[in-house]
Design a protein around this ligand. Structure first.
Ligand code: HMG
Ligand code: MG
Length: 300
């Protein structure tokens, strides 16, 4: 018997073009990325992380961010990541109106990822968020290492909540709370997301699970129980942060959609078309795509 708390509809935020590709060592041709993004939109994806405005020296795969934004599909909220003022200024020169800033709860992770402490990042981003909101931008804050850090281990729930609270006070529209290295267990997912729902009820809340230990679907189920109705996922299960050792792919969009479909929860995403999008990117990536729904679809 399903819980009465489950939402009737869930929004999938597709992060494949950004999280899915950023860790690929071989540059994926811009035209292939564009075709992949168009096919994801054709599959019914309505919100997507398209790319990142980060240093091309740190993440060369994202060096074509400007061009990706220029060909963003109509009717999709295309978000782009920016880690600092410089990244935000670069986005302001484009037509993109949705920005995702990102900070880790853990100090060591944030230093390795952004070369700053979480506090330094936050103090740089807070006034920038106010300026973006004054110009009607949609602002998402991605909170990394919300459960575990690859360098420091267990992260305290109170610390994650405190960082989330500061971003909400700074005016963000959405929090995307991440299990960066796929180490959270369902009771931890339920606990953190219940508290976030309870204590920060006025912000959009998304859960972002990496599937390193194959616990992502269980964690999504627990987050659904806690009232979360927005999930980040990556078609084909691609993904991982170059500065988080041990972070394998994001939970696969097709597996999340299949599970939600079976539970009678609407996503508006067409699985056949999603497979078509994965077929477009599969030959361009180093990893063999072997996620559950995708593999079965190939067996006919
Ligand atoms: P830094 O070296 O400390 O930067 O890197 P800096 O401020 O000292 O500047 C050095 C040079 O970089 C300067 O250029 C700047 O202009 C340039 P130069 O004067 O030498 O010619 N620069 C930039 N160029 C382009 N775009 C920018 C930018 N900023 C400075 N935005 C920096 C600091 C933040 C730039 C670097 O650490 C960086 O790019 N980090 C990004 C790391 C990243 O992309 N990680 C993956 C995304 S996060 C993630 O995957 C987690 C998530 O999925 C959730 C989860 O799962 O946890 C979201
Ligand atoms: Mg991620």
């Amino acid at each position: 018997m399903l819980s009465l708390n489950f939402p009737k509809e869930v929004t999938i935020i597709e992060v494949g073009p950004r999280d899915g590709l950023q860790n690929e060592k071989q540059f994926v041709e811009t035209e292939i990325k564009k075709a992949y993004i168009q096919k994801l939109a054709a599959a019914g994806i309505k919100e997507m992380e398209l790319t990142s405005f980060v240093s091309p020296k740190w993440v060369p795969q994202m060096k074509d961010a400007g061009e990706i934004v220029r060909s963003a599909p109509e009717g999709v909220r295309g978000m782009v990541l920016a880690p600092n003022r410089k990244g935000i200024e670069r986005v302001l020169e484009t037509s993109c109106k949705s920005i995702a800033v990102f900070v880790g709860v853990s100090n060591t992770f944030n230093q390795k990822n952004i070369n700053k402490s979480p506090r330094e990042s936050l103090e740089e981003l807070k006034p920038a968020i106010a300026e973006l909101k004054a110009q009607n931008y949609f602002v998402r804050a991605c909170i990394s290492t919300a459960f575990y850090c690859p360098y420091e281990g267990k992260v305290q729930e109170e610390d994650t909540l405190a960082l989330c609270r500061e971003f909400v006070e700074a005016g963000v529209d959405e929090l995307s709370v991440a299990d960066t290295i796929g180490m959270a267990a369902p009771h931890e997912s339920y606990s953190l997301f219940s508290r976030l729902k309870d204590e920060l009820p006025d912000v959009l809340l998304a859960a972002h699970f990496h599937d390193t230990r194959k616990m992502a679907l269980a964690n999504i189920y627990a987050a659904l129980e806690a009232g979360v109705d927005r999930f980040d996922s990556s078609a084909g299960g691609l993904g991982g942060c170059p500065f988080a050792p041990g972070a394998t792919g994001n939970v696969a969009t097709e597996d999340v959609v299949y599970m939600l479909d079976r539970m009678g929860i609407e996503t508006s995403i067409n699985l056949d078309r999603l497979v078509d999008a994965i077929d477009t990117i599969a030959p361009a990536v180093s990893r063999e795509i072997s996620t559950g729904y995708y593999s079965l679809s190939k067996q006919g």
